[in-house]
Design a protein around this ligand. Structure first.
Ligand SMILES: Cc1cc2nc3c(=O)[nH]c(=O)nc-3n(C[C@H](O)[C@H](O)[C@H](O)COP(=O)(O)OP(=O)(O)OC[C@H]3O[C@@H](n4cnc5c(N)ncnc54)[C@H](O)[C@@H]3O)c2cc1C
Length: 398
């Protein structure tokens, strides 16, 4: 436990239990309706506030608990056992939501907003992806600087989460189209109520329902110099550094889901009797359980290793590579574990409302993780680049 944390070890362990019960109890129950409406009821936000889910991750100067990265991730494992859309909302709240402003915001914007994250008086979504461009730097939205120092934002973003509960949006846009490298991009915090800011509805998703996905359209949205994040030309760095850390939060989400799917599978395998014996006694089923546990354990150790590194130095040279490894391996883990779960459950696993837990929903929810914050290929490109630059060497803080 971080020795400066505002809660004790015992309180922290009790909090983890509280969040697990919340995720698998009231949140799971509430999700049945959200699967149809695709919208969180007000009661969800109220429960999240009452359970400190907008507070636990913040430094105490902003009303938080001064937890270290590993502790923050451990809380995330617990709520990731619940519905995917809520997980997406709470995972974003704990990281990109406030961290980008804290790391790169102007003093004026920090003074205005940093104290408002603790009770969700402010929530900021993140918009990088475009319909007309490719993953990462291939962007076409522009923020053209005006003679008076303001910027005019024009363009679109696509597949953006949390658009129905946000007050601001982090936007990466082209500020200097004449440059050919990443320094043509800059990052901004854009007020969602600015004239010219529009939300474009999208169809329902396969899973993770309720997380407010939509497109955004900007028509001459006026931005003040105080809305710039970092320096002009630093936009790609803002995105890459912020996403590096956030990718580990995705990996932890996958771990939370995988752990629950394993536990559900074990219970089902013990209870289900065929040909006179529980299927848990069959070697073929044991092999599946072993593979699930192996991947979950390796994923957990990779995430814990990242968290240790991050707590020692958040900008250390292996952060980007290790984060991409965690995310890529977590996709392989949740893919394997969800497939094995379905096989162990047999036909019952394909239905909603299993007495062991939401097999069918977890199977759908986890598949968003292939894409959230970068497809597997993007993780591979990152890992290969870092690996080649460092001639295959990786350092560890034992
Ligand atoms: C549930 C969900 C939530 C999301 N939330 C957000 C959000 O809040 N904010 C946001 O900005 N975005 C968000 N996204 C978008 C997400 O980040 C992208 O879907 C993802 O990065 C992939 O980009 P794309 O969909 O444009 O795929 P494409 O770029 O069309 O890629 C399709 C496939 O081609 C591969 N590919 C593309 N280019 C290359 C290349 N050069 N080399 C090799 N392979 C390549 C990709 O790896 C992928 O497998 C969300 C997506 C989902 C599904």
């Amino acid at each position: 436990m971080n020795p400066n944390a505002k809660i004790t070890d015992e309180q922290f362990e009790a909090y983890l239990k509280q969040i697990r019960e919340l995720a698998e109890g009231p949140f799971d129950e509430m999700q049945k309706e959200i699967e149809v409406t695709n919208k969180f009821p007000e009661e969800f936000y109220e429960l999240a506030k009452a359970n400190d889910l907008y507070r636990y991750y913040l430094p105490s100067q902003y009303g938080g608990w001064d937890l270290n990265e590993l502790e923050i991730l451990r809380v995330q494992e617990e709520f990731s056992r619940g519905p995917g859309g809520m997980r997406m909302h709470l995972h974003h709240a704990a990281d990109l939501n406030w961290r980008i402003l804290d790391d790169y915001g102007t003093q004026e914007m920090k003074d205005e907003l940093m104290n408002k994250f603790q009770d969700k008086s402010v929530y900021v979504n993140f918009a990088l992806t475009e319909q007309t461009g490719g993953t990462g730097a291939d962007l076409h939205t522009t923020a053209e600087k005006q003679p008076d120092g303001t910027y005019l934002l024009n363009g679109e973003k696509w597949l953006i989460s949390h658009t129905d509960c946000s007050d601001y949006t982090y936007v990466i846009a082209v500020t200097d189209p004449n440059k050919t490298k990443d320094d043509r991009l800059s990052a901004f915090i854009v007020p969602d109520d600015a004239p010219g800011f529009e939300i474009i509805e999208m169809p329902h998703m396969m899973g993770c329902r309720g997380a407010g996905h939509a497109g955004l359209k900007f028509t001459n949205v006026k931005l003040e110099p105080k809305h710039l994040l970092g320096e002009e030309g630093q936009g790609m760095e803002v995105a890459i550094h912020s996403l590096s850390v956030s990718r580990v939060h995705i990996a932890m989400s996958n771990l939370g889901m995988a752990q629950r799917m394993l536990e559900m599978s074990l219970r089902r395998a013990n209870d289900r009797v065929t040909f006179g014996k529980p299927i848990a006694t069959r070697q073929m089923i044991k092999a599946k359980i072993a593979d699930m546990q192996m991947m979950i354990h390796v994923l957990r150790t990779a995430i814990y290793d990242f968290a240790r590194d991050y707590d020692i130095d958040p900008k250390n040279e292996y952060i980007t590579e290790k984060a991409a490894i965690c995310k890529l391996f977590s996709i392989e883990t949740v893919k394997k574990v969800s497939d094995e779960m379905l096989e162990i459950f047999g036909g019952d696993g394909y239905f909603e409302d299993s007495p062991y837990g939401p097999t069918e929903r977890l199977y759908r929810d986890c598949r968003a993780m292939w894409l959230e914050e970068g497809a597997p290929n993007v993780q591979r490109i990152t890992i290969a680049r870092e690996c080649q630059n460092k001639e295959g060497q990786v350092k560890y803080n034992f």
